[in-house]
Design a protein around this ligand. Structure first.
Ligand SMILES: [Zn+2]
Length: 276
């Protein structure tokens, strides 16, 4: 290397008087030239302190968007971070939920134009919507789904608090997204929200079963039971929407009300990390 930084350029660089393009060219030379590096004056204490700040900044993980939103809503930082790390609330899951809802809304519109029986067109939406939160619960917490489970299991928030907190977050997200999709349905408001009570009942039932079995197993059993209940409608009463009739809704409401206290009483057994 034959060219070196002139002394006045080094001085202006050290005083911060160069424009960004000049700084970049000076620094690319400094990176390869020990002689010029030695000519740049620096203060050791300042260098150590600023390096430490840079290291802190680089090592600090950037909070996820969800955590930032939760913090703004007043959720304590440790809870926001924990909720934002819920595997079920990852972008892939939200995209999948949105996709299912969009598909079901489109099916409802296509069906509504196709035949006289408009209510049947709603069936895909009404059947899928209550499954979304419970499927999320299966992916919310536990050794089998969460890569950070071992770390979290060692924190005071581990166990039932963690599962309930994340279930609540998943439920809010699923119900929020489904609620947002509901006005897009070509249906009377009463029928369009017929998914809500089954959602709550299935969620409560998923938690109740999870005090006994691992969440993915509980959720699989409930999903099968739900599809069975919907399929029973046309078989028992020649009514495809029997599972969404007022009588059935009363059953879902009663089940949810009965299961919530049960889950609370048995919360000590909600330890999904415990292999059973
Ligand atoms: Zn040089």
């Amino acid at each position: 290397m034959t060219w070196h930084l002139p002394a006045d350029l080094v001085e202006r660089y050290a005083r911060g008087r160069l424009d960004p393009a000049q700084v970049m060219s000076v620094e690319s030379h400094l990176a390869g030239c020990p002689r010029c590096r030695a000519a740049v004056p620096y203060e050791e204490g300042w260098l150590a302190a600023s390096w430490e700040r840079i290291e802190d900044l680089v090592d600090m993980p950037r909070p996820r968007a969800a955590a930032r939103v939760l913090r703004r809503l007043g959720v304590p930082e440790h809870v926001a971070t924990f909720l934002a790390a819920t595997p079920a609330l990852a972008r892939g899951w939200l995209v999948a939920v949105t996709g299912v809802l969009a598909f079901a809304v489109a099916a409802a519109h296509l069906g509504a134009h196709g035949g006289p029986d408009k209510a049947n067109a709603l069936l895909p939406f009404l059947v899928a919507a209550p499954i979304l939160p419970v499927a999320g619960i299966a992916m919310a917490y536990g050794r089998h789904v969460d890569p950070a489970y071992e770390l979290q299991a060692a924190t005071p928030m581990a166990g039932w608090r963690a599962l309930l907190l994340r279930t609540l977050a998943v439920l809010c997200c699923a119900v929020g997204l489904t609620g947002a999709a509901t006005p897009l349905l070509p249906a009377p408001p009463g029928l369009a929200v017929a998914w809500l009570l089954p959602s709550l009942a299935l969620t409560a039932a998923a938690l109740a079963l999870s005090t006994r079995f691992a969440p993915p197993f509980s959720v699989a059993v409930l999903a099968a039971a739900w599809f069975g209940a919907v399929a029973a409608g046309p078989l028992l009463a020649d009514d495809r929407l029997l599972a969404f009739s007022p009588g059935a809704q009363a059953l879902y409401g009663a089940a949810a009300l009965a299961l919530v206290p049960l889950v609370y009483l048995r919360r000590g057994r909600l330890d999904p990390g415990d292999p059973r």
